[in-house]
Ligand binder design. Structure first.
Ligand code: MN
Length: 750
């Protein structure tokens, strides 16, 4: 949520509906104003009174009616931007609250929620007329109304804290506030467009997550879809059209499934309601973005909900479904035994339906369904106090109490904000810097995302990371609470492979940017040393060649600059030896032979070069290995071990692209990936033992994959370990060989 709005409008009232005051008649004879009667139909109390009459006592209803009259009077002459009289808004908010059957106090507060803020009514006045509890509710709501969530982190945290505390004191405050926000979102069309975006962003970032945390899923979905429509109108309407079109095509499959279930469940004595389930548009949109799926991949999953009478019937129905269609392994989840944090309960399973399409099922009782749709509001809605409703109520209460405790322990709004965020935004992880600063990242983020979040330079020069003190690879998934440290190297460069695993848009953007800009510089530097090396091989001192020769070379090659020639060599588009000979021809006999120190011409590998010099994944060279370099066209220098099989094959085809004057730089302070191939007996816990042995050899495991089970019952394990050099790897392998479970150990050679 940290990204509140850029287009903050400080002067605007916090409500979605900016008010326009029309002048009152000079004598103040309000009842005589003509527009009122015309609008009486849209702003009528009668429909609300009818709903309230179904569950409130007569005396309570009378008090609510009195509140309506009071609000009507207070808002008289005030209009919404749609042109409707203002009172239509509190009535609509109260109507939403009446759907949850909120009590009389809450209904009164809903009707009065804007009178303190807009109409100069005092809290004391409300205490006298409607009692202290109602006045407290209205006061809490008015304070919320004044909160804005500007882009400034501190102000935002402070407002957020106020909101959560108002909510913690009385859940009804947030229920009314959510109803208020929902009505404002439903009527957002009348508001100027720059405000629409701000309000929609705030709704998506703050109010929708709160609705979700409290289990108010119905409101949550509607708030998300409305925000989506105003934030991304084109994407919204494209997606909506596609969904409508797809719905027609799906009818046949849906009916087929419905019929089959409809026939099977009653035969086992289960009375069930079966519904086809539609995903919200924002839900589809998010899934497409996060999992990088196409529209049809997201929509090709059919969703059904089965509501049964009793808990045990859920499991019974599940069994019957698994008899009808084949289950997809690993997709079954029991949220009945282990409810979600917001009280949600259901069985989830995915089956292979007709025509091979995956079909998702949610199976629940009616009671679970109530909680799933209305969350904490189910407490008012279903007075019979079912166990799960009571439990959710208690759990919400203790969560809200914990907020007050946090508040008492820390006076710092920022800290409070960070604490609550963990509860409110479960799609994020919160990790710490070594100095205990909290960094929020999307779920699945890696130390590299973390590094870029801290600073672009840190991201670009990352070579390794530590999580909770232990070395890990840059692609490790982070978890909430991890303490993350990034190791950097001044020679470090972004690697194109990084794009394959970073999760944040920022990291992706910065890596692409850095690759574009550093690539050229690196290739130029590499090409320059390759050319120097080729000249030395011809016993020419490169520094003794006059500049004019280089200029002539550039012209004869048709290049724009010497840098371009160097870059071409570095990228393998030109061969250094050929260019060197051309250069000598250009000097027309003025050869400058000398005994140059041949070591000065070697290409040194630091292992952090990024694009221009890469370590081949087939043999994973490490310091100490004798290596060769292959100039791959357009890619730069790929370093292989001298005994790599892949290298040997490539060399036979293309010998002039190979360099043997490649060596490791001295004093390398980082670790390198090396592959180890193991054959082990398939004993219980063998992977754990292997991992422990590697760790006790001071190496770090980057990846372990059991490849396959051999016919004799042994398993092949492919592991990538991070080691300092060849000696270190030898130690690791020696230690592994000591394990009785290890049958064979080797290092793949390409
Ligand atoms: Mn309002």
């Amino acid at each position: 949520m940290a990204q509140a709005t850029a287009e903050e409008d400080a002067a605007a009232p916090p409500d979605a509906t900016t008010r326009q005051r029309k002048p009152k008649s000079p004598d103040g004879a309000r009842d005589a104003e003509p527009p009122r009667d015309e609008f009486r139909s849209v702003a009528s109390f009668a429909p609300l009174a009818e709903v309230l009459g179904s569950y409130l006592s007569e005396s309570d209803l009378a008090r609510v009616r009195e509140a309506y009259r009071f609000a009507d009077e207070a808002h008289l002459g005030q209009f919404r931007q749609s042109g409707e009289p203002y009172i239509s808004h509190p009535i609509a908010v109260a109507e939403l609250c009446s759907q949850w059957k909120l009590d009389a106090q809450a209904m009164i507060a809903a009707l009065l929620h804007d009178v303190i803020e807009d109409q100069g009514v005092t809290k004391q006045e409300l205490v006298e007329r409607f009692g202290a509890p109602v006045a407290e509710l209205v006061d809490g709501l008015s304070k919320l109304d004044r909160l804005k969530f500007p882009n400034q982190q501190d102000a935002q945290a402070e407002n957020f804290r106020k909101m959560m505390l108002a909510m913690a004191r009385d859940v009804r405050v947030i229920l009314i506030k959510l109803a208020d926000r929902l009505h404002n979102m439903r009527t957002l069309g009348a508001v100027p467009s720059h405000k629409q975006r701000r309000i929609a962003r705030e709704t998506l970032d703050i109010y929708a997550p709160i609705a979700h945390r409290l289990g108010l899923n119905q409101i949550f979905r509607e708030l998300q879809d409305l925000s989506f429509a105003y934030l991304y109108p084109t994407r919204f309407s494209t997606l909506r059209k596609a969904v409508l079109a797809a719905r027609g095509n799906r009818r046949e499959v849906v009916n087929k499934i419905l019929n089959q279930i409809g026939a099977t469940l009653p035969s086992a004595g289960i009375q069930a309601q079966v519904f086809g389930r539609e995903k919200s548009l924002y839900g589809i949109y998010r899934k497409m973005r996060e999992k990088r799926l196409s529209f049809s991949q997201v929509l090709d999953v059919y969703g059904f909900r089965i509501v049964v009478e009793r808990r045990e019937q859920c499991y019974l129905a599940l069994g019957l479904l698994h008899g009808l269609f084949k289950p997809v392994p690993g997709k079954f989840k029991d949220f009945i035994a282990v409810p979600k944090f917001n009280g949600y309960q259901s069985l989830h399973t995915t089956l292979v339906g007709p025509f091979g399409t995956p079909v998702e099922f949610q199976i629940r009782t009616e009671e679970m369904h109530h909680v799933a749709e209305s969350g904490v509001a189910a407490h008012w809605l279903y007075k019979d106090e079912e166990a799960s409703v009571t439990e959710l109520q208690q759990r919400t209460h203790s969560w809200l109490q914990s907020l007050i405790e946090v508040q008492n322990q820390t006076g710092d709004a920022g800290e409070f904000f960070e604490h609550v965020k963990v509860d409110l935004f479960p799609d994020s992880v919160y990790v710490f810097t070594p100095k205990s600063k909290i960094i929020s990242l999307p779920r699945g983020a890696t130390p590299l995302d973390f590094a870029y979040q801290i600073h672009t330079d840190i991201g670009n020069s990352s070579v390794g990371a530590r999580v909770n003190g232990l070395p890990v690879s840059l692609r490790t998934e982070l978890h909430s609470g991890d303490i993350v440290e990034v190791e950097t190297d001044p020679h470090g460069r972004p690697n194109p492979n990084w794009l394959g695993f970073v999760r944040t848009a920022r990291a992706r953007f910065e890596i692409r940017h850095a690759l574009r800009t550093t690539n050229l510089a690196e290739s130029v530097a590499l090409g320059e040393s390759l050319l120097r090396q080729a000249l030395v091989a011809l016993e020419v001192d490169p520094s003794a060649l006059p500049a004019a020769n280089y200029e002539k070379l550039v012209r004869t090659l048709g290049a724009r600059s010497l840098d371009e020639v160097h870059a071409d060599i570095g990228l393998g588009r030109r061969i250094a030896a050929v260019v060197a000979r051309r250069l000598l021809l250009a000097t027309e006999g003025a050869t400058v032979r000398s005994g140059v120190d041949s070591d000065g011409a070697r290409i040194l590998i630091h292992g952090t070069e990024g694009m221009a010099i890469q370590l081949a994944p087939c043999c994973s060279p490490i310091p100490g290995d004798t290596v060769s370099g292959y100039l791959r066209k357009g890619h730069g220098l790929i370093v292989h071990t001298r005994d790599c099989e892949t290298a040997r094959r490539l060399r036979a085809k293309d010998p002039e692209r190979w360099l043997d004057d490649v060596a490791w730089a001295p004093d390398l302070q980082r670790s390198f990936d090396a592959r180890v191939h193991l054959l082990a007996t398939n004993a219980r816990g063998v992977l754990g033992k292997i991992a422990a042995e590697i760790a006790s050899s001071d190496a770090n495991i980057n990846r372990v994959a059991t490849e396959d089970f051999e016919p004799d019952g042994s398993i092949a394990v492919d592991a990538t370990v991070q080691v300092a050099d060849r000696d270190h790897l030898a130690l690791v392998m020696r230690n592994l060989r000591r394990l009785p479970e290890i049958l064979k150990i080797s290092r793949p050679r390409g």
